[in-house]
Design a protein around this ligand. Structure first.
Ligand SMILES: [Zn+2]
Length: 395
């Protein structure tokens, strides 16, 4: 239970990030965990452990052989509060519905994933917060690995390059990431769910923002003149292919409208485009451009303007060039009796950007599930298994 105590300690520190502040870290409170981690890293013999001005924590445990990076993020998701997390331990989950303290239920009908964890101990929330296993389980796994080598100085290991980042949940983990400081040959984010998964593929991601200028006039005199920006926006949406997150799974991409705001004169649409293939994402960009052109042609008195922003790219082609990271992860999992499977993330990780910038960084599991919600939980046995896996990864 010692190993779990670290996790329990970290989740009780509120580190929720915020995408509206424009600062790094986006919230000062992320540093509270950062300071604690620096202190613990120093105690574990990582003599250079420190936090930089952006709140990122770095430290190295010198060893022999490759320099292997381990990364986890300190912030928690925006959807649900991370303040006053009260973790509860369910020993030997027997299946069926789990009632959370506030009356909320975790029902296997809604979350069939629960059925895979029968017989294991689970850490759950009290229903009022998220758990924050995303990604404090990753942090706790890394810290337990360092604890192991601290307790077993006779065991040989690679040079372990640790970095805990801020603001992953707002997509800004790599923004001020210092590759030179990390100084790893390749790395792993420990930020996934199922522990058999090695995730080395993710979406290509763009956002698109569309400004729609309608034509405003007294509705009584509107005939042939009034072009309602909201109606134009909804017509625009109706011309997009019916490929939304609701219709797509596995390797299928999508168009997703994040927001639609405005009034009859001016409206704006914020949307995201996702596709695993380079060709596919370019096609989606062209499709949005084509619909914009169509609307401008149909309604020359109104105007549609679109701006695209690249968010992240699929790491697969970079990872494939340096297969060592994947090979090593596969071996470590197998050694611990876990049959590895390569997975694709229907999203992105900091590792996607790290990989594009030359630091190959696939993602490994933590044994935690239902991230970003009140029904988030940690499978204790899987979490402990992952500590052993990562020990072998750097051994
Ligand atoms: Zn995460």
């Amino acid at each position: 239970m010692d190993k779990l105590n670290r996790f329990i300690k970290y989740v009780q520190i509120d580190t929720q990030s915020d995408d509206t502040t424009g600062t790094t870290p986006s919230t000062e409170k992320q540093k509270n965990l950062g300071y604690l981690l620096v202190h613990e890293l120093l105690e574990l013999g990582l003599e250079d452990a420190h936090m930089d001005e952006f709140g990122n924590v770095y430290g190295h445990l010198p060893g022999k052989g490759s320099r292997i990076g381990l990364n986890a993020h300190m912030d928690t998701a925006l959807e649900v509060t991370g303040a006053n997390v009260k973790p509860h331990l369910v020993r030997n989950y027997l299946g069926g519905t789990i009632k959370l303290a506030n009356g909320l239920k975790m029902d296997p009908k809604q979350f069939p994933i629960l059925n895979k964890h029968i017989g294991h101990d689970l850490v759950i929330t009290d229903g009022n917060t998220l758990l924050g296993a995303d990604d404090k389980a990753g942090i706790a796994i890394i810290m337990n690995v360092l604890q192991y080598f601290h307790d077993h100085p006779e065991e040989k290991h690679s040079t372990i390059c640790v970095c805990f980042t801020v603001d992953e949940e707002i997509g800004e983990g790599p923004l001020h990431f210092n590759y030179r400081e990390m100084n790893a040959k390749y790395a792993y984010t420990i930020d996934g769910s199922a522990i058999d998964k090695i995730e080395c593929e993710n979406f290509n991601a763009y956002s698109a923002s569309i400004i729609i200028q309608g034509v405003s006039i007294h509705p009584g005199e509107g005939k042939g003149k009034l072009l309602n920006a909201i109606n134009l926006a909804s017509e625009f949406i109706s011309y997009l292919p019916k490929e939304t997150p609701y219709e797509s799974e596995d390797k299928q991409g999508f168009y997703h409208i994040n927001s639609l705001n405005g009034n009859s004169e001016v409206a704006s649409i914020n949307m995201i485009l996702r596709d695993f293939k380079d060709k596919g994402i370019n096609k989606r960009i062209d499709t949005v451009k084509a619909v914009v052109a169509k609307m401008n042609k149909l309604y020359p008195e109104a105007s549609f303007e679109v701006t695209f922003k690249k968010q992240y790219v699929n790491m697969r082609k970079y990872v494939d060039k340096k297969p060592m990271a994947i090979r090593r992860a596969k071996e470590a999992l197998k050694k611990n009796g876990v049959e590895p499977s390569l997975g694709a993330i229907r999203g992105g990780t900091d590792g996607a950007t790290f990989s594009k910038n030359g630091l190959i960084t696939p993602n490994l599991g933590t044994g935690s599930y239902n991230h970003h919600g009140r029904c988030e939980f940690l499978d204790v046995q899987e979490f402990e298994k992952m500590i052993d896996v990562v020990i072998d990864l750097v051994r």
